[in-house]
Design a protein. Sequence first.
Length: 80
Amino acid sequence: VSGILVIVMGLVFLGTCGALQRTIRPTVRANMGLAGAPLLGAAMGIGWAPCIGPTLATILVIAANTGDVARAATLGIAYS
């Protein structure tokens, strides 16, 4: 099923499916100020979460398995 989805997405990317070539742009006011900050933070958190999960898990597993406090601290500081 995932392979079929990847093939369909590739065909859409190539432009063979005209109905799926729509661009959807939300309308956002440019001067949201402080009211838009929590929304921007939530969007950043949702978009960034898949990137940080495996990295943090790997650092924690390495730190737990080696038992080396200095290495665990170095990895944690580098990650932060």
